[in-house]
Design a protein around this ligand. Structure first.
Ligand code: AMP
Ligand code: MG
Length: 590
């Protein structure tokens, strides 16, 4: 559970701020509880009330309960006052606990401040104060000052500090990515694939905002905050089978011969009366266990004669029943932030009563092809031109990863044209995938323009197929300059862009799904570079590779169902040698 405090001197506006924050943050779909410190004699009870009299009489705790709420009073009498830490476990788990008071406790806080009080600010000395909410403009503070009435801005800060949400996209310039997020350590010549992946993982953070959706609309989205069960599943003990329910205590050593009570319990139609001990009740799958029933015998295991149910020994107490909350308890975290919502998760969310979830806004992935030679099929027959294969492939990949593909078209091999396209792309994309022009040749304008007008590192990765990757920021937006060759573009997209985009989108770093299978091919591999071969599984479960390793052989991409990944070490592969197979099913999916 996350904790955030509101502190301040008397008349500084603490309580009003607490009240507005509870409304604001609950309104954004988070579950909020509060904990307030009060003067020593505080009481919620009133002299003369029954509960008050129970306390006066010496009860350790008094619980006062009704259909709408319950309250527990714990009398400290002569024991010391509990610390904040001692009280928190008594709360039902929620997303955020707002704490009023408890100045000296070390949790993060915001300080409420009104100029009229004439008091100094705790924020000047207390490093647990993360911001000041003031109706004035106190100066020289080490923390931000927010207008006391700007509840939304204060809530933003609290949720951000508590790790419950990212900054919304509008006020989160993607330059939040550090300018050196793609930097390579100095002196590096060829970077091994594993090191390149580590660098990417360390350099990137989420760049998308959040919104709240009904679960069905959240399918495929990444959760922006953990999801908590709003009620237990199952909510009440119920029968797992069609049969007869009874109290186990009534059984003898030989089993049971129990007269049937009248009526029955069915799913959604509970039996309204307790079942007397020694009797059995007809009960159907999913029906709540009525009072007096703790065990169910399967209808196939009984004989019914007249109005008596007979069955043999051996049934354990609780048999054929489901306990309340045996799957999930109210307050359990059922899904973590960063999790991608899949159809089975919708069943889980429904079962624990969740009607809204905070999710990331999908990453907008721009795809741009570069090169004067590129044309669109149907446009020309000129043999000097080739058809743009990368753009449809990369747009399809982005869609397959459940991002929002943005078609940026084709850029000519000239710097002004490229600049205009990149400027426009930076306005409407969270990340840009380009292909072609990423090396250091005369016509490699992508790397040249990133180098001189953005920030760019040319990653020479010890990888086949793959030319240098140009990684950089354009107006703060990350650009993945993939090789132009479609085979290399695909491999670099699947191996590098996939996990990197997942982090940018608010998800986890993704390791590709893979398994080890016997090779169906022979290959002698030199040490140095990692290699990815176009591959597919034979009916026998061995990995076949495409007949040609030629990097221009686009048909091999389509022939394949995955890749075989070979590490940087030298290898002598013969039929039967174990190799790592990465199916497209794990690479082309979110
Ligand atoms: P480049 O990285 O620009 O030097 O391109 C390397 C090779 O990939 C050249 O043969 C290009 O013609 C080819 N190529 C570049 N972009 C594409 C594309 N979008 N579709 C197909 N081939 C491409
Ligand atoms: Mg080119």
């Amino acid at each position: 559970m996350k904790l955030f405090g509101v502190v301040g001197w008397k008349n500084s506006g603490k309580t009003g701020l607490m009240e507005r924050l509870v409304a604001e943050i609950s309104g954004r779909g988070f579950r909020v509880s509060t904990l307030k410190h009060a003067h020593h004699a505080v009481d919620v009870d009133q002299p003369g009330k029954d509960s008050y009299r129970h306390r006066q009489a010496g009860a350790v705790e008094v619980v006062l309960a009704s259909r709408k709420r319950w309250a527990m009073m714990h009398e400290l009498r002569d024991t010391p006052e509990p610390e904040l830490e001692d009280l928190l476990p008594k709360l039902t788990p929620v997303d955020l606990v707002l704490v009023e008071g408890y100045k000296r406790s070390r949790h993060p806080k915001i300080e409420a401040h009104r100029v009229e009080t004439g008091k100094g600010l705790l924020a000047r000395e207390d490093t647990t104060v993360r911001a000041v909410a003031s109706n004035g403009a106190p100066e020289g503070l080490p923390v931000p000052v927010i207008d006391l009435d700007d509840t939304a801005a204060i809530a933003d800060l609290i949720l951000r500090e508590a790790g419950l949400t990212a900054q919304p996209a509008e006020d989160q310039p993607p330059s939040q990515l550090r300018n050196d997020c793609f930097a390579l350590p100095p002196g590096v010549d060829w970077t091994p694939v594993a090191d390149a992946l580590d660098l990417l993982r360390d350099g990137l953070t989420c760049v998308t905002g959040t919104e709240t959706l009904a679960p069905r609309d959240a399918l495929g989205r990444i959760l922006a905050a953990p999801v908590t069960a709003l009620r237990a599943n199952p909510p009440a003990a119920n029968s797992a089978v069609d049969g007869y329910g009874f109290a186990h205590a009534a059984l003898g050593p030989e089993g049971g011969a129990l007269p049937l009570a009248g009526g029955r319990a069915a799913a959604g139609v509970p039996h309204p009366h307790p079942v007397p001990e020694g009797q059995a009740l007809r009960i159907l799958t999913g029906a709540s266990l009525p009072a007096g029933v703790d065990t169910v015998v399967l209808e196939e295991d009984v004989t019914l004669d007249a109005d008596t149910v007979r069955f043999g020994a051996g049934l354990k107490r609780g048999a054929n029943t489901r306990k309340a909350g045996e799957d999930k308890l109210r307050g359990d975290t059922v899904l973590d932030a960063g999790h991608r919502v899949r159809a089975p998760d919708l069943a889980l969310l429904a079962s624990v009563g969740v009607a809204e979830v905070a999710v990331r806004i999908p990453l907008r992935v721009g795809v741009l092809s570069t090169g004067d030679e590129l044309a669109t099929p149907g446009e020309t027959d000129d043999p000097a031109r080739i058809f743009d294969a990368n753009r449809p492939m990369l747009l399809g990949i982005a869609a397959g990863w459940a991002y929002r593909p943005v078609d940026l078209g084709q850029a000519p091999d000239d710097r002004d044209g490229l600049r205009a396209i990149l400027d426009d792309a930076a306005e409407r994309c969270d990340v840009i995938l380009t292909s072609g022009g990423a090396s250091a040749g005369d016509e490699d304008h992508m790397s040249a323009i990133l180098q001189s007008e953005g920030t760019m590192t040319s990653w020479r990765i010890a990888l086949k197929p793959g030319r240098p990757l140009a990684l950089g920021l354009w107006r703060g937006v990350p650009v993945f300059g993939l090789p132009g060759n479609p085979v290399a573009a695909l491999v670099c997209a699947l191996i590098f862009a996939r996990p990197a985009l997942s982090v940018l989108a608010g998800g986890p770093w993704q390791e590709p799904l893979g398994f080890t299978v016997p090779a169906a091919f022979s290959k002698r591999k030199k040490p140095g570079r990692s290699e990815y071969l176009r591959a597919r599984l034979s009916p026998e479960g061995t990995a076949e590779v495409f007949a040609s390793e030629g990097s221009g052989r686009v048909s091999g991409l389509s022939w394949a169902d995955g890749l075989v990944a070979l590490g940087p070490e030298a290898q002598e592969i013969a039929p039967g040698t174990p190799v790592r197979y990465l199916p497209y099913a794990g690479l082309l999916t979110p």
